[in-house]
Design a protein around this ligand. Sequence first.
Ligand code: ADP
Ligand code: MG
Length: 636
Amino acid sequence: MQDQNSVTEPPVPTVAVDPLAQWGDTAPRGGRAVLNRLLKGDGKVPLFLGQTLIKSLRDQGYNTTTSALCEFVDNSFQWGADEVRVYIVQGKRDKTFRILVVDNGQGMPSAAQQVAMSFGGSMAYEARVGISRFGMGMKTAGLSISPTLDNYTWQEPRAYYNVTLDVNEIGKDRSNLLEVPTPQLNDDLPSDIVDIITRPTAWPKNPQESQTLLATSRDELHDRLGRSGTIVYLPDCDRLSFKKEQTLAEHAIKEMGRVYRWFIAQGKRLYVNNRLVEAFDPTYQMATARHTRVEGLTETRSRLIFSKPIDVPIADGSSKMTRVTVKLFALPYEAWIGLGRKTLKNDLQVYGDFTVSFMRNHREVDIAATVRAISINKHATNNWLRLEIDFNGEADEGFGIASNKQGVRLRDFAAEKIRDLIEEPLAALRKEIAEIKAKHVALKSSSTVSEAEQRATGAEGLQGKSLPVDAESDEQKADLEKNLRALAIGLKRDSETDDQAFERVKKSRFLTRTVHNDYHPFFDSEYKYERIILTINTAHPFYQRVWEPLQSLTRTTAAGGTPGEDEDAEANPDTVNTCTEVLVGLQLLFFSLARTQAQLAGHDKDEERKQLFKNFRKEWSSNLETQLRSELTASL
Ligand SMILES: Nc1ncnc2c1ncn2[C@@H]1O[C@H](COP(=O)(O)OP(=O)(O)O)[C@@H](O)[C@H]1O
Ligand SMILES: [Mg+2]
């Protein structure tokens, strides 16, 4: 606590002699000079104060370096490139990062280049058909990474026009009205640019194998740059989302392969650090996408449930409509679930939170596991279905597309149309997937059961006392077969034929089944047809609190389990093995008890003992239930 008396009033602000006394130390000097002049009423006030504004624009939010770099790739594809190369390199000596994007698009005439380097300058302003629209991307994205943005463009061989925006230089400029520098014509490119393009990058390693260079010498480079194209160069990257060249490049490859999947599938080539970027299609439809090369796939495509066009108003209350296409897909669960966790997660990226993707003019602008606005919430089936929503720039208002094209913010007048369309088919698909999953889980757990059955059966030869035998004569044996056939029908698993079930029942002397009955004991056992038949009651808290949880832990196996809610939880194989071992042990506990009772009751003849054991199970079951439930109420 502070001493009351020592609290002082905050100082009353006095009128500063210097009106810019509150400016920060890093504020641009030129801007200070201009403002001082303007405050004295000297000169016309420009709408934009370039010296300060350009510095502030550096903070236009891009989530990651990759999403800023996408602005350049957007422009390249928009302006006719069929090959785009991105380089992210760190200087060996000075450790400075440099980023460069070169394309073979149509380039720009010098006057257009000068306009293009101004804020708001665009050759596609308010266009809704391509990717460009705002006249900001190249500048804000470039400056968000580096204080210097260099642009080279050419429309004939070796006629490179260059304009540079340099935030620090501009900050020093003392003129009221700032102008974009006049493009400078050169017949060559600076050495640092030539070096980046013609030398292998430090990552990927093994350049001979994994890097395809555009050119290996200056002369070859001029040839390859050809008739037209554009280079964006960021020589001095001071704001990057990762510290390492490899991480930056890997992130760019991963994201861009998905964002530009359609362009790549159309035959456009995109490289990052001389490595060709493959398309990744989270809807698993594209015949050439990366997932089709994953080993061991019997099925490479998801199933299209529907593809439907809907008309969405271009603005709230507008009668003018624009076409949006909504597609729903189901992943091939049955073909894929057995592939193993590593393949599903790393190679196929089933668990990548890719449930809903939004494509604006074929370029992905957002992807997410859940989208509340269209009622796609967290759900255990989300990883096994995909929605793709395709729209064009006319729908930008409805989808809430901002100038940095990072993500959608759906407005309700658009969202409600999508919601209505998907509600029923989505619910039906979720149900279908849940059923397939449940079947798979049942299959998996029955195979765990048989491990204990096998072990108990195998141990029969080692037991001191053998189990009573009923069938001795041929006639009795034939009868037994008949009974076992009937029994097998009742114990048949979904995946088995009658014959397979019979073979299994015949081979095994221990069998397990489940019932769901509120009035039965937690387990029951009988000795019948020379078989120990164990029944586990799924309605008893023993099953719900002990058996099932243990069983579900054994299901999250490293080799492709089918987990419930937390599909991504990486199960430690040691834990899984231990749980499996414990579950088998628990079953053997029951089998051995059942076996003991069968021995003691003799040839099924001792009705009195049988009744005693029955009462015993009943009492035990109710005691156990009381104890298992007591933890909820009792406090010692
Ligand atoms: N790679 C490129 N090839 C040809 N023209 C380009 C390229 N990049 C940018 N431009 C030109 O620069 C303009 C401004 O680009 P940008 O700042 O990204 O805004 P926008 O893409 O919204 O128009 C574009 O309209 C285009 O005329
Ligand atoms: Mg652009």
